[in-house]
Design a protein around this ligand. Sequence first.
Ligand code: DOR
Ligand code: ZN
Length: 430
Amino acid sequence: MALMLRNARLVDPQVGLDEVADVLIEDERIAKVGASLECAGAEELDLSGKIIVPGLVDMHVHLREPGFELKEDIASGTRAAARGGFAAVCAMPNTNPITDDALAVEYIKARAEAVGKCRVLVSGACTKGLGGETLAEMGDMVRHGCCAFTDDGRGIKDSGMMRRVLDYAAQFDRVVMPHCQDDELVGAGQVNEGVASTRLGLEGWPAEGEELEIMRDIALCRLTGCPVHIQHLTTKRALDMVRAAKAEGLPVTCEVTPHHLFLTEDNIGDDYPTSLKVNPPLRTVADAAALIEGVFDGSVDAIVTDHAPHTEWEKDREFELAPFGMIGLETSLGLMLTHMVHTGVIDYAKLVDVMAVTPRAILRQERVAIEPGCMADLTVFDPNEEWTVRAEDFLSKAKNSGFVGHSLKGRATHVLVGGKLTLRDGVIVD
Ligand code: DOR
Ligand code: ZN
């Protein structure tokens, strides 16, 4: 089966590509890239005015299956991912049961194979039950395809345990992705400590609660040599620590979410919107500006959503009782195009870097470039489509986005995974 993608602008910094040309896909791989290609019998798609990039990867997603299917499941979460332009997501292990052994990894792989609309990469827990006390079955999980380790949702308090986690992961050439949170310091913190916590009368979640663990984990990276990828980094000082670690040559990378780039503590009004309750919390205007600068200068390696679906009844409670998290898969690309690319902060090549190329490299996935021989995992978007984020339009089971009502410019139209369309003209292919 051959598929010809015609007349789109192709952007791929890995091969220095930025031109209008055709892409021929045969079976699951790219066969040819060039002007006015011919292939008798191929299905043709005219993608004039659109941009094709290597398939986007969101390396921090909560699909909630098994255990929390009321919030999301692998079918709905991967539909949301495809609608948002993603060809792959990395599922976090804070499911029930926790993904801390080979069976749990196999379960997610099997469900994704059966119902997934994008690739599902599986991350495994560092410690049993995310308890922070006993190593999870890391080697066995690697053998069954686990691509990275994280206790996301929790910090690993015991430095000796974190060191063991890193020593183990290093043996398997896997990255450890810490959710940096000093639990004792953060306590019951709800919003950024400072102006927001004072104004709202809520307990503060101090920047130091994140920065102290980042500092420690960089030190442990230096001690063990294991690659460390800091999850959802939110402060200027934290980013400066990552910059210093990189300058030293340590294998330290970091990710930032659209909500920490484009929302701040000031957006949390006196209606106490629980959709803006996230962990780590929205920080200051200066922090968000520093993160945007970090994307521009390359200190931020990956844009991730931390897609964290919750039911409406869970979020429709007092701020202190609502769970942390917001969804993001269906708005991430539009937000990045609207606020980073169309404003001239970054170009399309940089967008591809932080949303496709580097996430794949960090997760030890096969390189996907727009060149013959590569797997045909591709994202197509219309950079000029103007749309408004509406809760009723989400394919996710959850509605807890902080961006409902926002006007965006740019949206995915097609996604290909292994040469097969999972999204076509903005509609999921069933
Ligand atoms: O806001 C968040 N929600 N942050 C996390 O680290 C976990 C996530 C969740 O699982 O809901
Ligand atoms: Zn987290």
